[in-house]
Design a binder for this molecule. Structure first.
Ligand code: ADP
Ligand code: MG
Length: 484
């Protein structure tokens, strides 16, 4: 995989760091009891605290704190037993209080790591700088009326985890792998649903370029990108834009940019604020947050098997390739499906069918494994027919297609269509004789040394048998005949 970009002055390297806002899975908001359900009528889930009414006091939601700790443990990160909520001051119509409650110098979670699963089963570690808790803002609606804008405060005050990575990524693919892995970890943990279309996971993408080995260049931050594909496209575009500017003798201004997915380009939104512009200070309405050892311990004990552990176990217990395992663990439901298929069966064959035919079919129709038209038991039934030599792998693909369409059992399809593999030596020999008789010229050529024609005869025999002859037997019997 090419990691460097070419420019007029030579090669360039991209440097990428991601800030992900992940909505905490919780029934109530971070500092109020208002509901958090997606898609509710505007302004139906707003408490006085969320509306910034004077004199209202925030009360921390214990569940949100536990979710942040759980996420921190899932990222193998340090949990800070004391953290502090700060006010980040700025004016915006969808921020009625005039400040966002966030964590600045003392976040609840410190350094951690994410392991990226790359092509071919390769892995790479990316550092997590921190995870902090903060409130989401409301939403301005500019497209409802020709002369007015509206504000929907349903989202105001919803708990977010901001997860900041180190600038450790070097390609757009790595950024994609990072987001996929982070999303799986959050989903396994049940701390964020990871739904990027609904905005419950959004990425700010920091990109700079440098000559390999040189110090980091100035970064631009592309705000609120809401799909992994767009993140990758935005990175490619932005790196190229920066290289062109520098090679033309210009300099990069640190700024906040937006990605326009329709045009496939980033454009300037505003020059970047520095932290001091926000006048951060500890929120006087909130005491420092203290997380007790007992709570950390009990959350640690309740963690499920996480993607990396699952990957290691699948490789160890089933002997499947690392790459297959890394594809399976991306969604817990996929790994569960595989394990249900592989139970008591040839595990490599099972992995091939699940990650190959089945996932390709699901991708084509945009379905999740949870609504697979072929259940694990039924796919297992098909694999059994291959393993006991009832059908060949070739015929199995046809049976699979029919299963996709009809939902029928593999066994029933094989009987109905008469697809049973022919293992009767006499029958196959008959076909071979017919093929050799019909191709006397080729047979003569073969006998005079054109060995390559062996494949031709195999092909003909398979064809004449309607694909049903056992390929191993065909090879064996054909060799005997031709030798004789
Ligand atoms: P801010 O809130 O101002 O964006 P943060 O420190 O929260 O600052 O986030 C900085 C993000 O930018 C991190 O993800 C970090 O990895 C990334 N970053 C820092 N320096 C660079 C750089 N030179 N090139 C690319 N990304 C960078
Ligand atoms: Mg930022």
């Amino acid at each position: 995989m090419a990691t460097l970009l070419h420019g007029a002055t030579g090669e360039w390297e991209m440097v990428i760091g991601l800030e992900v806002h992940a909505q905490v899975t919780s029934k109530a908001k971070l500092f109020s009891g208002a509901a958090t359900e997606f898609g509710a009528e505007p302004n139906t889930q707003v408490s006085f605290v969320d509306a910034g009414m004077p004199g209202m006091l925030p009360v921390i939601n214990r569940v949100c704190v536990e979710q942040a700790v759980r996420t921190g443990l899932g990222l193998k990160a340090q949990i800070n037993k004391v953290s502090v909520f700060d006010r980040k001051n700025y004016f915006y119509a969808d921020l009625p209080a005039g400040y966002q409650i966030s964590q600045y110098l003392q976040p609840i979670v410190g350094k951690g790591t994410i392991i990226l699963d790359l092509a071919g089963g390769e892995t790479r570690e990316v550092g997590i700088t921190r995870l902090h808790l903060e409130q989401d803002a409301g939403k301005s609606l500019h497209d409802q009326d020709p002369s007015s804008s509206f504000v929907d405060l349903n989202r105001a005050g919803v708990a977010l985890m901001e997860i900041v990575s180190e600038p450790d990524m070097r390609t757009a693919e790595e950024a994609g792998a990072y987001l996929r892995k982070l999303r799986s970890i959050l989903r396994y943990l049940g701390t964020c649903d990871g739904n990027m279309e609904q905005g419950s996971m959004r990425a700010d993408v920091n990109v700079s370029v440098r000559k390999p080995g040189a110090p980091f260049g100035t970064r631009c931050e592309i705000k609120n990108v809401n799909s992994i594909r767009y993140v990758q496209q935005a990175i490619e575009y932005e790196a190229r834009r920066q290289i062109d500017i520098i090679e033309d003798g210009g300099t990069i201004k640190q700024e906040t940019r937006l990605y326009d997915a329709r045009k496939g380009e980033t454009r300037s939104m505003r020059s970047k604020e520095d932290a001091h512009d926000y006048r951060y200070f500890p929120d006087p309405d909130l005491l420092p947050l203290v997380v007790q050892d007992g709570l950390i311990k009990s959350i640690a004990e309740s963690l499920p098997e996480l993607p990396d552990e699952k990957k290691a176990r699948l490789v160890r217990d089933y002997g499947i390739p690392l790459y297959d395992a890394s594809v399976l663990i991306l969604e817990k439901e996929r790994a569960d499906f595989f394990e249900a298929v592989a139970k008591g069966r040839d595990s490599k064959l099972s992995a091939n069918w699940v990650t190959g035919e089945l996932f390709a079919a699901l991708n084509k129709t945009g379905r999740d494994v949870t609504d697979s038209p072929i259940s694990a038991a039924k796919l297992g039934g098909l694999i059994d027919l291959i393993s006991d030599n009832t059908i060949s792998g070739r015929i199995a693909k046809d049976v699979f297609e029919i299963m996709l369409e009809t939902g029928k059992d593999a066994g029933a399809i094989v009987e109905e269509k008469g697809l049973r593999q022919v293992t009767d030596t006499g029958a196959i020999e008959g076909v071979i004789d017919a093929v050799l008789a019909a191709n006397a010229d080729k047979l003569a050529e073969y006998r005079s040394g054109k060995d390559k024609l062996f494949g031709f005869f195999v092909g003909q025999v398979m064809k004449q048998s309607g694909g049903k002859a056992n390929p191993a037997l065909v090879n064996e019997l054909l060799k005997k005949k031709l030798a004789g």
